[in-house]
Design a protein around this ligand. Sequence first.
Ligand SMILES: CC(C)(COP(=O)(O)OP(=O)(O)OC[C@H]1O[C@@H](n2cnc3c(N)ncnc32)[C@H](O)[C@@H]1OP(=O)(O)O)[C@@H](O)C(=O)NCCC(=O)NCCS
Length: 194
Amino acid sequence: MELIGPALTLRPPGPDDADALFALGRDPEVVRWFSWGPYTSGAEPRAWIAAQVGRRERGEALALAMLHHEHGLVGITELAEWSRRDRRAVVGTWFARRWWGSGLNAESKRLVALLAFGHCGLERLGAYADVGNARSRAALVKAGFEEEGVLRGFHRHGEEQKSVASFSLLRTEWRAGAVAGELRGAVPEAFRLG
Ligand SMILES: CC(C)(COP(=O)(O)OP(=O)(O)OC[C@H]1O[C@@H](n2cnc3c(N)ncnc32)[C@H](O)[C@@H]1OP(=O)(O)O)[C@@H](O)C(=O)NCCC(=O)NCCS
């Protein structure tokens, strides 16, 4: 599948993305709030890309490479923590430092919302941000998510148990026409809730 927006195409990552992903994920500033990274060898992005096939087939997570129409790979976004019963998933996103503040994050969130609500049939799109990640928290609010509170000791980073702020966007709040996005191909079966 490919979801094509004004500046970005979102599609599952493949082996050919490994070198570009390595270059992006080597930046300590980009991964500062993450439980992984920065990448130190090309084997890490290659292993991550290979693992996405199984995660997709099992319905665990739908990771998408974000490709700028002119500049190629600029980041990754994924829908994880799927609950088919409750029709919800959580979006997580990272961009190379060069693209922060560029407006691409807003487009990516609109495209992911189109995918989640318009094509997958979700009712709730959640998001988490480390409580200290003020930029991410502000970006989520700007993108129309509501901050719901803090989940204490929620995320494990090494030996540390981190608290996260929780956000959500509901189908009833989603602005369906906010972005022109064309879906080519089909959303993987495991992520179509009907
Ligand atoms: C999080 C991320 C996707 C957001 O995308 P972005 O393009 O940087 O977001 P935007 O610039 O659209 O919005 C960020 C807003 O936060 C503001 N901001 C920046 N630093 C801030 C701070 N310390 N405190 C409060 N607000 C801050 C910015 O000014 C901007 O608001 P404005 O447009 O009104 O000026 C991107 O920064 C990123 O990839 N970061 C690294 C990975 C990451 O942390 N991902 C999130 C995991 S939860």
